[in-house]
Design a protein around this ligand. Structure first.
Ligand SMILES: [Zn+2]
Length: 250
């Protein structure tokens, strides 16, 4: 028995070195991108009443968001990204990553636009589980939010603004009448022009270095465009990949 021990120790040592080396090599090569399908169940406490718009070619907004998210996951993974799906409820709370992107479409009269996290202030509070106007402080009847919320640093705002610009440029290139877009394109919205987007709760549930939210278009104004899920997913994924490359993460 005694003669076996050195062999066993050697095997254990080799196994241990592989176990330690493999995850490090993987994470260095594969940046994590969190792709959220907005409003998709299960919901985030405090926002459960915000079930999203409807009237796109696939019905509920959450279904459009889910289709785009899933197509993006496939494309991002093919490009070497560790792409992970999120529903409306961000799990785990405080999840890290290189980029967090939340997919949405707007309601009638809305627009295609991109918002990003900004430093200062905090997440939106609403009445009950998500009705009424967005407020930086809780209403007496605001439903309880999960804690602790994450914060948005100046560095996160800068990185997020860069990602938002690249996504908006990509979206602009395909948001054309020829592709069925009939509504407005607003590009990256100025900070604090839209509390609902700039202080979106998702930005305070992750520690991702870059945090953006995309309104791909509005239903039903842009329905022929919103039907083009592969084109939209490819364009958004390419913008995210180029952003990761510019940040030297891919
Ligand atoms: Zn939405």
């Amino acid at each position: 028995m005694a003669s076996c021990r050195p062999v066993r120790i050697a095997i254990l040592a080799i196994t241990a070195s592989f176990a330690l080396a493999a995850p490090a090599a993987l994470s260095a090569a594969q940046p994590v991108v969190l792709v959220q399908a907005g409003h998709l169940s299960p919901g985030e406490p405090g926002y459960l009443a915000q079930t999203g718009a409807s009237g796109n070619p696939f019905g509920l907004e959450s279904e459009f968001n889910r289709r785009v998210r899933n197509d993006m996951l496939t494309r991002l993974r093919a490009a070497g990204v560790d792409a992970r799906p999120l529903a409306a409820r961000v799990e785990p709370l405080g999840v890290p990553g290189a980029t967090f992107v939340s997919i949405h479409h707007d309601s009638p009269g809305g627009a295609a636009m991109v918002g990003h996290a900004i430093t200062g202030g905090n997440e939106n509070y609403y009445r009950g589980e998500g009705t009424g106007d967005a407020s930086p402080t809780p209403y007496p009847d605001s439903a309880r939010h999960r804690v602790p919320a994450t914060t948005v640093s100046a560095a996160v705002e800068r990185t997020s603004a860069g990602t938002a610009q690249r996504i908006a440029a990509g979206l602009k290139s395909i948001f054309t009448p020829a592709n069925g877009a009939g509504g407005r394109f607003r590009g990256v919205i100025p900070p604090n022009s839209n509390r609902r987007m700039n202080h979106f709760y998702g930005f305070y549930r992750t520690t991702a270095q870059s945090r953006v939210i995309v309104e791909v278009g509005a239903a039903p104004d842009d329905n022929p465009f919103l039907a083009k899920v592969p084109l939209i997913s490819k364009t958004l994924s390419t913008a995210i990949i180029n952003d990761l490359k510019a940040r030297k993460l891919l």
